[in-house]
Design a protein around this ligand. Structure first.
Ligand code: SAH
Ligand code: SF4
Length: 399
């Protein structure tokens, strides 16, 4: 028999539609303790679990045949028990003129694909949140000069297939919620991209943003377990990770209690100068208005130099006027939080009834905030031509 916790975890991951005993059970998604428990059944010592975790998450093997430190018998024992690596696979890639790549990644717990984005030079969304200061000597230490065209890449990760939050300006909302991703499917998107881009851990500089499809805090447990795998097994720093939420207060409260060793930084999709406009754009604001979100944010013990990011999508005529900028500045000041604003010019999508702001309006908005001494950054739109930019992710195989 399998260790109870490992077996029951697997059962949770499998959607009823694809329960098929001929399918292999994914090792990807289990941590080293769970892998050790599994291997203990064949009489193996605990360090075998560490070896297997390193092979899966550090060497990024995709089949058991690649673990050279395991005997043929041990590999065959695992296969006979129905286990295999089953890392999420990149099924299709779209490449933008600006170098951004959008991937459709095949799930393991269901047939749907999710979207993951590789931005070779980031999108500036990471600017000013403390991650540069935390390691100043490494700023230009990427490997841009060694035959690769990036030096500080960012991977944008999905947490759900679709989304239930229904923000009026977002293309992902049109899908509705199809299902939650498992922890292995969340971490697996990252490992699949690290592998494709031949990222060397400890040497290359990679940031993660959990800003793809879905609302991470409505899939809280799987999301945080995915983060734990990425920190503890893959070896990425939580200080180079940012999770964005639409303002799910119950999730922010849980997040505030996470230990700093595994807690990513936090971004809040503010997107409006006041509750009236925000409730129009984001129906979730009727349940958790701005004040409730700000109150919950005060409960987070920030690291030295860490700031909370407020994302703000500029919609022409709706949120991009100078009076809106001044209202946002007042709101941020009143919150008393160490904060910065990330401006995002709205990216269009079919069937969404808004207009992109002009470059002049974006600049005037930025200046209005800066004139009130609010730290403000402009997120560069990446991969608009391949529908990879913020809010454009929607499972589109044929786009
Ligand atoms: N669901 C989470 C994270 C994913 S969305 C959240 O909403 O925070 C990531 C960011 O993209 C959010 O700040 C969201 O407001 C923004 N966004 C959504 N649709 C957009 C669009 N069409 N153009 C620009 N930004 C958009
Ligand atoms: Fe969901 Fe975020 Fe899109 Fe809102 S903006 S619908 S929370 S993905």
């Amino acid at each position: 028999m399998l260790g109870h916790s490992v077996a029951s975890k697997y059962t949770q991951l499998v959607s009823p539609r694809i329960t098929d005993l001929t399918l292999p059970q994914p090792l990807f998604g289990l941590n080293r303790a769970e892998l050790s428990t599994l291997l203990a059944e064949s009489g193996e010592p605990a360090w075998r679990g560490t070896q297997l975790a390193e092979a899966i998450y550090r060497q990024r093997i995709q089949s058991l045949g690649e673990i050279t430190t395991f005997s043929k018998e041990l590999r065959e024992w695992l296969l006979a028990k129905g286990w295999n690596v089953c890392r999420p696979r990149i099924a299709k890639a779209f490449r933008s003129l600006d170098g951004t790549e959008r991937y459709l990644v095949e799930g393991v717990a269901g047939p749907e694909t999710v979207e993951t984005v590789w931005m070779p030079e980031g999108d500036e969304g990471e600017s000013g949140d403390g991650s540069e200061e935390e390691n100043p000597g490494r700023k230009d230490e990427g490997r841009g000069g060694e035959g690769r065209d990036w030096s500080r890449a960012t991977i944008c990760v999905s947490s759900q297939v679709g989304c239930a939050v229904n923000c009026q300006f977002c293309l992902t909302a049109k899908l509705g919620l199809q299902r939650n991703l498992s922890a292995g499917e969340i971490a697996g998107q990252v490992v699949a991209v690290l592998d494709r881009q031949k990222v060397e851990m400890g040497r290359d500089r990679v940031n993660l943003v959990f800003m793809g499809m879905g609302e991470p805090f409505l899939n809280y447990e799987n999301f945080m377990e995915g983060v734990r795998l990425l920190v503890e097994e893959v070896g990425l720093s939580p200080q180079r990770m940012t999770v964005s939420t639409s303002g799910i207060v119950s999730g922010i409260v849980r997040f505030a209690a996470e230990p700093t060793e595994i807690r990513p930084k936090l971004a809040i999709s503010l997107n409006a100068p006041d509750n009236d406009v925000r409730s129009e754009l984001m129906p979730i604001n009727r349940k958790w208005p701005i004040e409730a979100v700000v109150d919950a944010l005060r409960g987070i013990k920030l690291r030295p130099r860490e700031r909370v990011t407020f994302e703000y999508v500029l919609l022409a005529g709706v949120t991009d006027q100078p009076k809106h900028a001044h209202a946002v500045a007042r709101l941020v000041r009143r919150s008393g939080l160490p904060a910065k604003i990330n401006l995002i010019a709205w990216n269009p999508g079919p069937g969404i009834p808004y207009t992109m702001p002009t470059a002049e309006a974006v600049e005037a908005f930025r200046q209005a905030l800066a004139s009130e001494d609010v730290p403000v950054y402009l997120r560069r739109p990446r991969g608009r031509d391949i529908y990879a930019a913020c809010g454009q992710l929607k499972r589109t195989v044929e786009s």
